[in-house]
Design a protein around this ligand. Structure first.
Ligand code: FES
Length: 222
């Protein structure tokens, strides 16, 4: 969030950024000084609203935890509902509540909301039974089709890269979306949670880095 805000403010003179930042107390605010400097540098192009569960007596921060009602009240007061995009990052319950506040409370289109989710591999589980046999995979990329084999346990991305296919990826953990693939045919099981949105899932996208084919499968790099 910090780098997105800083780069938008530096690179898009016509854009404004509003940051609603929830913490327990002033002392828990990561980047507190850097944010104060950013606000001082960019004037009214950067609106910084702290929301604290335990604010000091004279604090002008919002009060409370960023739950649905508090989030809706803060966002409504900031008059941000016409913003081009919304970015959410933080604990899962907070993201669920803020998304609900935006979509159900303030009428923001879900497609405008972007979320950054973190989870350790130990917290994930596959959506189905993992394959125990090697599976043939067809990978379509840049007008060519590569036939590769995924060994048991290998993800689509590992199978493709292992066969020399230049597939895009970044985090390798299901958190960034860089390895997104269109599932053309076949079936996969995916590690959950991952960063795919409900809309992307409905359109048939899977993440190569956390998906394993359970039968003969064709995917396409979009
Ligand atoms: S490489 Fe980041 S989600 Fe797959």
């Amino acid at each position: 969030m910090m780098s997105i805000a800083a780069s938008v403010l530096a690179g898009e003179p016509g854009s404004r950024v509003t940051l609603v930042y929830g913490n327990r107390s002033e002392d828990d605010v990561v980047f507190r000084q850097a944010l104060t400097t950013l606000a001082a540098t960019h004037g009214d192009r950067f609106v910084l609203r702290h929301v604290l569960e335990e604010p000091r007596a004279k604090s002008r921060a919002g009060r409370g935890r960023l739950e649905r009602a508090v989030a809706e009240q803060e966002l409504r007061a900031l008059d941000v509902t016409k913003a081009d995009a919304f970015f959410l990052c933080g604990p899962e319950p907070m993201m669920v509540d803020v998304r609900a506040a935006l979509v159900e409370g303030l009428g923001v289109a879900a497609a405008k909301i972007h979320e950054e989710r973190f989870s350790s591999p130990a917290q994930r589980s596959a959506t189905g039974k993992l394959p125990t046999r090697a599976q043939p995979i067809s990978i379509r990329i840049a007008g060519r089709t590569h036939e590769v084999t995924a060994r048991p346990g290998e993800t689509l991305l590992e199978a493709g890269l292992g066969a020399g296919v230049n597939m895009p990826y970044s985090c390798g953990l299901g958190g960034c979306g860089a390895c997104k693939l269109k599932l053309v045919a076949g079936e996969v099981v995916e590690d959950e949670p991952n960063c795919l949105t409900a809309a992307e899932r409905a359109q048939g996208f899977v993440l190569g880095c956390v998906s394993r084919a359970t039968n003969s499968t064709t995917v396409e790099v979009p």
